[in-house]
Design a protein around this ligand. Sequence first.
Ligand code: 4AD
Ligand code: MG
Length: 433
Amino acid sequence: MKMEKDYHYIQEVLSPDFVGKRVKIRGWVYRQRNSKKMAFIVLRDGTETLQCTGKKDQLSEELFNMLCEVKYESSVIIEGNIKEDNRAPNGYEMQIENFTIIQMAETFPIQKDQSDSFLLDYRHLWVRSQKLTHSFRVKAKLLQGAREYFDQQGYVEMTPPIITGSSCEGGSTLFELNYFGKKAFLSQSAQLYLETLIFAHQNVYSLTPSFRAEKSRTNRHLAEYWHLEAEAAFLDLNGIIKFEDGLVCAMIHKVAQDEPKALKALGRDPQDLLNIEGPFDRIHYDEAIDIINKKGVEIPWGEDFGTHHERALTEDLKSPVHVTHFPRKIKAFYMKTLDGKYAEANDLLAPEGYGELIGSSQREEDINVIIDNLKRDGSKIADYEWYLDLRRYGSVQHSGFGMGIERMMRWVCNLDHIRDTIAYPRVMNRNTP
Ligand code: 4AD
Ligand code: MG
C-alpha cells in the first residue's frame, strides 16, 4: 500500500528499512496507559497496530500531558522514530516526538467484557474490534479468491435482481414487500435468473445478498446473507461437484496465503487450510443416513438433515464432504429427478461440524416434470411461465449451486456464531444499527 508521502501506513514501517527513520502515521488510539515517566499508546490504522512510547524527559510538558490524557478511539497523528523492539507485539516500536489530536474522542462506550447484545447495539463502533477486523479481512480474501477462480474458469459475473415476483426456495422463508401496491419478494436466490443467462453466456456467476425469513434462532442462520451462485450450461452433477471442489480450494488457499495473521488471530491455523485438497469425498444420501444413525443420532430415510445430523456426519472430518442424491420429495422443484426417487443434487458440508456450505444440483430439463413439481408445492404456474420458457427455447443440460459466504466464513474462521462473519447481522430480533 502506498500513501501520499507525508504519511505512512503502519504496515509499511514494520520493516528493517524503517529502523531509525522518522515517520508520521495517523489513526486511532487503540490502547493507552502511562506511568510517571512514560506514556504508551497503541495506534491502530487501516493496516496494523503499532506501540508508540513517549518519554517525559524528552518531550515538552504539554505534549507529555496530551499523551497521558488522550482517550481511546481518538483520531491522532503521531510522528517519531521507528525502533526494533523484541518486546513489542510485532517487533517494532515508535519513539514519539510529536503528537497531534485530530479529534479527542468522548469516553468510548465499549469497555471490557460486555454482553453480546450490548456489542450488537454498538455494532457501529464494535466493527473496529480486532476480532471483526480480522474476520472481514478474511472475507475480502475469500471473495477475491472466488472471483479469481471464476475468472480463470471462464465464468462471467452477472448482476441479477433482488426484488422478485416468484419464489426460488419455497414460500416459508420469503420476505414480502409492497411493490407499488403489488406483492413482491426479496430474493432467496439468483438461481432462476442465472439460468436465463446461461443461454447467452454459458457459464455465469453472481454475488448478491439473499434473504431468508428464517424464524429459527440458530448460530448459522441470517435473514440477509451473501450468496455466491453459479450456473453452467452443458454440465452435469459430476461436473458441477468438481467445479465446487476447485472453487472451495481456491478460496481457502487464497486466504491462507494472504491473511495468515488474521486466521491465526481467529484461532485457525492457515496450514490446516493449505492441507485441504480436492476432490472432496462424496457420500450418497442413503449411506449418510446409515452413518448418522450409527452415530446414535436418529433420522428416518426421507428426512432432510438438521444441524445435529450434519454435525454427526462431519465432526470428525478435516475436509469438506458432499452428500449426494437426496430424496426427490424433500428437494426444490427445479432439481433433476433420478429414478423417480432421488434428486441429482448435492450439499457440500464443512468439516468439524460447521454444516452446509453449498446447495447444488443438476437442473430438471423436462418441462412437464417441473410443472408437476410446482403443482406439488402449491405454486402458481403462471408465476413461472418465464422460467418454463427456458425449457421451450434451446433447453440444455445444466447445473448450478449456491454458496453461503458467511457459512464458509464460520468454518474458515473457526467462529462459533455466524454474526461475527458480517458487519451488520440481520437476525429475527434485530435490524439496527
Ligand atoms: O441450499 P440453498 O437454499 O440453495 C439455493 O438457494 C439454491 N437456489 C442455490 C443455487 O443452486 N443457485 O442455499 C444455498 C446456500 C446454503 O448452502 C447455505 O450455505 C446458504 O446458502 N444459506 C444461508 N446462509 C446463511 N443464512 C441463511 N439463512 C442461509 N440459508 C442458506
Ligand atoms: Mg440447502
